[in-house]
Design a protein around this ligand. Structure first.
Ligand code: ADP
Ligand code: ASP
Ligand code: MG
Length: 244
């Protein structure tokens, strides 16, 4: 079994939460080969955007991506340290190191090809911890995939390595029929088809980035949306059919 586990910003917002995530990964690695994708801590990407806008209303887009991509660099290094500290060998990787090649549309880059030499880590029993959101152009400029783009990084890596599941861990325990933080009696769904999930994502259900759902559908990668703070729950399966 091969699983890509992706953790969003709220799941790694502080050191205690990063340690919690390391424990979830340690548990899962007992039964599967794992690759991890992480977002920037908490509201880091917003804070970096604010810094740029204190300089100019129209920051140079290449430099803005160079800046915004640093949030994910911090979180992968800290999470790899946390894993090593609990006896799970892990190594952090950025987009260049992982070979996440994109076009040069800064701020909204599209992934063209992923090299992902993950087998090198797996053959040594090491867990690769990879920056979400980042890409690299053929000229080695750093790009970003658009806000919330780490979901797309995770699914694209899952497709590249032929993973059985892409598990998207977030601050809610699955996909609901409406935003559970807005609609009090929203109902949790066990299963959502790619088509229905794409409609929800395009209508603003932030829980999955629309392009991640398109990528999953294209490569038939089952996504499980799971709660970082309720890891024993299998969450919501997003797939072609209930049988994954
Ligand atoms: P992450 O930081 O893990 O990427 P996001 O904030 O991007 O998390 O997405 C999770 C949020 O999506 C939830 O906190 C919830 O408020 C929101 N959300 C919107 N619509 C839905 C929905 N239909 N089901 C679940 N969550 C939803
Ligand atoms: N850190 C980026 C953002 O806040 C990407 C992501 O979290 O998916 O938009
Ligand atoms: Mg998100």
């Amino acid at each position: 079994m091969k699983i890509v586990m992706k953790f969003g910003g709220t799941s790694v917002a502080d050191i205690g939460k990063i340690k919690n995530v390391a424990n979830i990964i340690a548990e899962q690695r007992q039964t599967a080969e794992i690759a991890v994708v992480v977002s920037a801590m908490g509201k880091t990407t917003n804070a970096l955007t604010n810094l740029a806008h204190q300089i100019t209303d129209k920051p140079n887009l290449r430099e803005l991506d160079a800046l915004l991509s640093t949030g994910e660099c911090t979180s992968v290094a800290l999470l790899a340290m946390a894993l090593n500290a609990i006896g799970c060998p892990a190594r952090s990787y950025n987009a260049l190191q992982m070979g996440i090649w994109t076009d040069d549309k800064f701020g909204d880059a599209k992934i063209k090809y992923i090299t992902a030499p993950i087998w090198q880590d797996w053959s040594k029993g090491t867990i690769p911890v990879i920056t979400g959101f980042q890409g690299i152009t053929y000229n080695k400029d750093i790009t970003t995939l658009g806000r919330e783009g780490s979901d797309t990084s995770a699914v694209a890596i899952a497709a590249a390595i032929g993973a059985d599941y892409c598990d998207i861990y977030t601050d809610v325990d699955g996909v609901y029929d409406a935003d559970p933080n807005v609609v009090k009696d929203a109902k949790k769904l066990d299963f959502v088809s790619y088509d229905d999930m794409l409609k929800m994502a395009n209508n603003g259900a932030k829980v999955l980035h629309p392009r991640s759902v398109m990528t999953a559908q294209q490569h038939n990668i089952p996504i499980r949306v799971r709660g970082t703070f309720t890891p024993e729950d299998l969450g919501t399966l997003v797939a072609k059919s209930r049988q994954k």
